[in-house]
Design a protein around this ligand. Structure first.
Ligand SMILES: Cc1cc2nc3c(=O)[nH]c(=O)nc-3n(C[C@H](O)[C@H](O)[C@H](O)COP(=O)(O)OP(=O)(O)OC[C@H]3O[C@@H](n4cnc5c(N)ncnc54)[C@H](O)[C@@H]3O)c2cc1C
Length: 413
């Protein structure tokens, strides 16, 4: 122990905030300090590409913790402060303003940052989306009749495209792969999403590389490998994110596609844990395969589990990976890991919605993915998640025939 140093959490995002709350919920009575380099209170990121862009009224911070909650829970939030170094031997964290804070245990929830495009001119018309400030900047550029180009047919790019269309903007999505959503999303679902965007007036260009970008403070010109030049008012770059590992690397903490943690979310240095988008962890459901997830539920669940383990619970992280995305009136959801599947079985629901069940070589359910309007797929995905967690090998006819998935769960569940 280090006097009354308590627990310091670096990174005041979803995961850090949930961990701080989790510590208090578990009865932790000592100091909790939550440090974030953004000036805002901890907030949710999913609304940034959806509600914050879509609402025509002034956006409000989708806060996870407000000042009152911080005061009630006695959580000290230091905003606008970057943690620059860790003195692991002396158990001290050094902030960018030179302050040194002592800790008993440290949790790193530093998240991820957008991958940047190399060799682009400096221009306020080339934008990324990770933070509330990014979303506010982007909103100011989305207007009817403006041309919004989106580079990258991943979730964030597609959500921005859908939101921009709701303002009547002209929207072009540029994707270098032969289809959108290449990473972790089945082709059938990507086709449905492509058709959804096209129906709603988005131009989706796949299989084209960007050869060059010219930009000033009013326009962006994007030269493509098919010889075309897209003239846009704004370019939103959504080409993936990278884990923020710089502090861990400086400290000598092992990194492997993110801060490498064990099943208890402990890093390679004693009393330092990591959780959320910044970390990679072994998943027991998938033979200990090391994963790094960029998903809201994972950030929450790992924050809560890290809180318990910081207090000595030694619980193993084994939640089924889960992700959703909202685009136009459709929701896409994925539980489990699609690429672990060998066989795909389809179940059709009402209104064009469908679920794909992904089974491994032994017919064990390893993932379920689905897309459809409104909430159509939610129940089946939720039940699939429970089946995946229980390693169930469901009869194929039960999956195709619309049998209530609940009946496939063990009776005690
Ligand atoms: C626009 C957008 C839409 C999304 N939509 C969905 C969705 O629909 N569904 C879904 O499942 N997931 C979605 N996600 C992903 C989800 O929001 C993330 O997985 C989640 O926010 C990760 O939480 P985190 O706390 O691990 O990291 P973050 O939320 O990134 O928080 C990390 C914080 O740490 C700070 N930090 C980093 N280094 C330091 C340092 N050295 N010192 C101090 N502070 C530091 C960062 O600035 C940041 O504020 C979306 C993400 C984005 C950006």
């Amino acid at each position: 122990m280090n006097g009354d140093a308590g627990i310091i959490i670096v990174g005041a995002g979803e995961c850090g905030a949930r961990a701080a709350l989790g510590l208090r919920e578990n009865g932790y009575r000592r100091k909790i300090t939550l440090i974030g380099d953004e000036v805002h209170l901890p907030y949710e990121r999913p609304p940034l590409s959806k509600k914050v862009l879509l609402d025509h009224a002034e956006p409000r911070l989708p806060a996870v913790l407000n000042d009152l909650a911080l005061a009630e829970k006695a959580i000290r939030h230091i905003g606008g402060a970057s943690a620059d170094a860790i003195d692991a031997a002396g158990k001290r964290l050094i902030l960018s303003d030179g302050r040194a804070l002592s800790y008993d245990k440290l949790l790193l929830t530093t998240g991820a940052a957008p991958r940047r495009l190399a060799n682009t001119p400096a221009s306020s018309r080339i934008l990324y989306l990770r933070t509330m400030d990014d979303a506010i900047a982007l909103r100011s550029h989305i207007r009817a009749n403006m041309h919004v180009a989106v580079l990258g047919g991943g979730f964030i790019g597609l959500e921005v495209a859908a939101s921009a269309r709701s303002y009547g903007a002209k929207v072009t999505v540029i994707e270098s792969q032969e289809r959108i959503l290449k990473r972790g999303v089945p082709e059938l679902i990507a086709e449905t999403i492509t058709a959804l965007h096209q129906r709603n007036g988005v131009a989706v260009k796949c299989g084209v590389a960007v050869l060059g970008i010219e930009a000033d403070e009013r326009h962006v010109g994007i030269s493509l490998s098919d010889g075309k030049v897209i003239a846009a008012d704004v370019l939103v770059v959504g080409i993936g994110a990278q884990p923020r590992t710089e502090l861990a690397v400086k400290t000598g903490i092992a990194v492997d596609n993110g801060i490498a943690v064990n099943e208890h979310l402990e890093t390679s240095i004693a009393d330092i844990f990591a959780a959320g988008d910044c970390c990679s962890f072994p998943h027991p459901l998938y033979g200990g395969r090391r994963l790094r997830l960029e998903a809201w539920r994972n950030a929450q669940d790992q924050g809560i589990l890290a809180a318990a383990n910081l207090m000595g619970a030694a619980r193993c992280y084994q939640a089924v990976p889960y992700f959703w995305s909202d685009q136009f009136d459709h929701t896409l959801q994925i539980a489990g890991l699609v690429d672990e599947g060998r066989t795909v079985v389809r179940r059709d629901l009402d209104d064009g919605a469908f679920i794909l069940f992904h089974l491994d070589a032994e017919q064990r359910l390893v993932a379920a993915s689905g897309v459809g309007p409104g909430n159509r797929i939610a129940k089946d995905i939720k039940l699939s998640e429970m089946l995946i967690a229980k390693r169930i090998m469901p009869p194929i006819e039960a999956l195709t025939d619309g049998v209530n998935l609940k009946s496939l769960l063990p009776k005690a569940a």
